[in-house]
Design a protein around this ligand. Structure first.
Ligand code: ATP
Length: 442
């Protein structure tokens, strides 16, 4: 099914998934706010990722500060290399990434719909300049060079610099990993495609420390594990693919790299990168900090600097991917039905509860069921409008089950439970609702 990004953006706003940042002031480019349902979906994605990592015996979690010692970014190579080539249009003053002109559009309203590449051909652009993507700020009251700090452009460095702390406090042995979820900031030249490229976003990164020589084995292992994670949470297999980086395009620190890509309405795009970072990071931090970040492997009686296999996913980019992948339109009895076929673990609301009509004691029973289920699930009580409408509202946000209290409930204490995708309804005893949902949702 072909859906446009506009459809998703509009649903996201209408139903409270995502709003423009500072919208009443006209918005802030490249920044978005998660609304009531959005924050639930985002938290569910992050929780699933966190559990898939830290419930393992060989992975520990951390939560490092966003602001780090400025030397971290010198050691990592970000101060020197974290740049994109930028060109300016001398006529309309719009700014472009020189390596992404293919899909860029001219910024001049007078030339609406014109490709930026055309402006380049006509010589309207400046020569490319390297633009560092890190946001700078100052620590302390004095705005001087010595006090410059950066908003981290990735969460990975917080893991590398804590390698020894985690190793010594957790009693892990190599191979083991450290996982972290957190905000990252990049002053992207062009933000675009909704949550795909933003200036503030969240990452879910895990760095796996291995013995040199075992690195490619673990690289292959994590590549498969990470693809499986997306598929198990419902993404369509045929919309996913591996895209290996050719050797001549590898980042300065990488021995091998592969992206997991998804086929978005605007084309294939990376949702996660898996990298063999060799011992680059720990070597750099050893050199810059003077602290030996090495490991004594008592199995082989050898000291070495571990190699690192990185899995680096965007939480916000995954959010958009799950939303797009789940979106489905169909015709039911001559009417359009929009349904988000989200995996039930990700669905923001698990159960909708409705009294069929607002009389004869139905609302009271429905309220009681709602309060009863609230302890275990995120539920939503709705008594407004025709019941068909209420079902549709829940379908549109991906709620897997809806319970309706009707006149038969008054006689035999049974309710209908309707499943989102099949729209099948069954009747069950009121006392069995929790048991039923626990079995289906857990
Ligand atoms: P790109 O080439 O698209 O700029 P990248 O290769 O620099 O991305 P990584 O540094 O590998 O990306 O980041 C890891 C993950 O973080 C990406 O797969 C993506 O999911 C997410 N990510 C990176 N940049 C952004 C951004 N500007 N907005 C949202 N998510 C991002």
């Amino acid at each position: 099914m072909n859906i446009s990004l506009e459809t998703i953006v509009s649903l996201a706003k209408r139903r409270g998934f995502v709003f423009q940042s500072s919208e009443i002031y006209g918005g802030l480019n490249g920044c978005w706010d998660y609304g009531p349902l959005g924050v639930e979906l985002l938290n569910n994605i992050k929780r699933e990722w966190w559990q898939s990592m830290t419930f393992r015996e060989d992975i520990e979690g951390i939560d490092a500060a966003i602001l780090m010692h400025p030397k971290v970014w010198e050691a990592s190579g970000h101060v020197a290399n974290f740049t994109d080539p930028m060109v300016d249009c001398k006529e309309c003053k719009a700014r472009f990434r020189a390596d992404q002109l293919e899909d860029a559009m001219c910024g001049n309203p007078a030339y609406k719909g014109r490709k930026a590449i055309k402006c380049q051909e006509e010589g309207k652009f400046t020569e490319p300049r390297q633009f560092n993507l890190m946001f700078k700020t100052f620590i302390g009251p004095v705005e001087e060079d010595a006090a410059i700090v950066y908003l981290r452009p990735e969460t990975a460095q917080g893991i590398f610099v804590n390698f020894l702390n985690v190793l010594n406090s957790s009693r892990q042995k190599i191979p083991f990993g450290i996982a972290q979820i957190g905000k990252a900031f990049r002053n992207e030249i062009n933000t675009k495609n909704f949550l795909f490229r933003t200036r503030e976003f969240e990452q879910m990164e895990m760095q796996y420390f291995v013995r040199p020589g075992d690195d490619m084995k673990w690289f292959e292992y994590w590549k498969e594990e990470r693809l499986k994670w997306f598929i198990e949470l419902g993404l369509k297999k045929e919309k996913l693919r591996f895209s290996p980086h050719p050797e001549d395009k590898l980042a300065h620190y990488a021995k091998a790299a592969v992206d997991i890509e998804y086929e978005f309405p605007f084309g294939w795009g990376e949702i996660e990168g898996i990298h063999n970072r060799t011992n680059f990071d720990l070597t750099q931090h050893t050199n810059y900090s003077g602290k030996a970040l090495d490991y004594f492997d008592d199995e082989i009686n050898e000291k070495y600097i571990p190699y690192i296999i990185e899995t680096s996913a965007g939480a916000s980019r995954s959010f958009m991917t799950f939303l797009i992948d789940a979106y489905h339109e169909e015709e039911v009895r001559g009417e359009k039905r929009v349904v988000l076929r989200l995996h039930q673990k990700l669905a923001p609301i698990k159960v909708g509860i409705f009294p069929l009509v607002n009389r004869d004691g139905m609302p009271e029973i429905a309220r009681k069921i709602t309060e009863d289920l609230r302890r275990d699930f995120r539920v939503f009580y709705d008594d407004k409008g025709a019941v068909g409408r209420r079902y549709r509202r829940q379908d549109e946000v991906g709620t897997p089950y809806c319970i309706t209290v009707d006149s038969q409930t008054l006689q035999d204490q049974t309710v209908t439970i309707r499943e989102r995708d099949s729209m099948e309804q069954i009747r069950i005893d009121m006392n069995k609702i929790r048991e039923f949902l626990k079995e289906k949702l857990d």
